[in-house]
Design a binder for this molecule. Structure first.
Ligand SMILES: [Zn+2]
Length: 231
């Protein structure tokens, strides 16, 4: 994020260039495109600053459609943020429709192909983020408002791309509570505003149960992350 003086200077430069850009646009020149597509970078959120006794459950990718995990999400009315890949519902969309329609979960953006976005140029990042946004919108009728970059890897381009593709924030995480293979990470002492990362893997139900128990132990309730991230 540039310093305020620098940002003001950039805005001034932009304002000065605008008439040229408009002329360029009228003349059909490609020069106007970069200026028109220069949105403010979105914030990056790994923890929400809130006094409410809440935590945020986020579940990524979506490959394993575990019925027990779905039952737990529905029974406990967990407002989970599901950062899904379009490929993970292409072969079975009913699993996620049930979670959205009968529960409180929302689908968020995790790109199309799960690349490290920092290896892509602006057009490549945009194809990944806007592509997933469009796929979610077509499938669920609800556009994602949060973008989780795969591996938590992002650069400045990712932050402007997120804005251009309808997201109001990049979301990483406070604690990864995913069991990877045989390794289950130690259960953290959760605090208000923490963001918990899980995955739809083969241990998703146990991991989710552990996360909900940790929240209970800390006197915290899962809340909808989208509502807590300001514009
Ligand atoms: Zn992922």
């Amino acid at each position: 994020m540039p310093r305020p003086r620098l940002r003001r200077a950039l805005r001034g430069a932009l304002a000065a260039l605008l008439p040229v850009a408009l002329l360029g646009a009228l003349g059909g020149s490609a020069q106007a495109a970069p200026l028109a597509a220069w949105p403010e970078p979105v914030p990056v959120v790994s923890h929400v600053d809130t006094a409410d006794p809440v935590v945020f459950v986020t579940i990524d990718d979506g490959w394993n459609h575990d019925p027990a995990a779905a039952k737990l999400l529905l029974d406990r009315r967990v407002p989970a943020s599901l950062f899904l890949l379009p490929g993970a519902y292409a072969y079975d969309d009913a699993y996620f429709h049930t979670l959205l329609d009968q529960g409180r979960s929302r689908v968020e953006n995790h790109t199309v192909n799960h690349p490290d976005l920092t290896t892509l140029d602006a057009a490549g990042q945009r194809a990944e983020a806007c592509g997933a946004r469009d796929a979610h919108l077509a499938e669920f009728g609800d556009g994602p408002r949060l973008l989780r970059p795969p591996y938590g890897a992002y650069d400045r381009t990712t932050r402007t791309t997120a804005r251009a593709c309808g997201a109001k924030a990049l979301v990483t995480w406070t604690y990864d509570m995913t069991t990877w293979g045989q390794w289950t990470p130690p259960t953290p002492r959760l605090k208000a505003g923490d963001i918990i990362l899980l995955h739809f893997n083969e241990t998703v139900e146990q991991d989710l149960r552990r996360a909900l128990e940790a929240a209970d132990a800390a006197g915290l309730k899962p809340a909808p992350l989208r509502d807590y991230v300001t514009e």
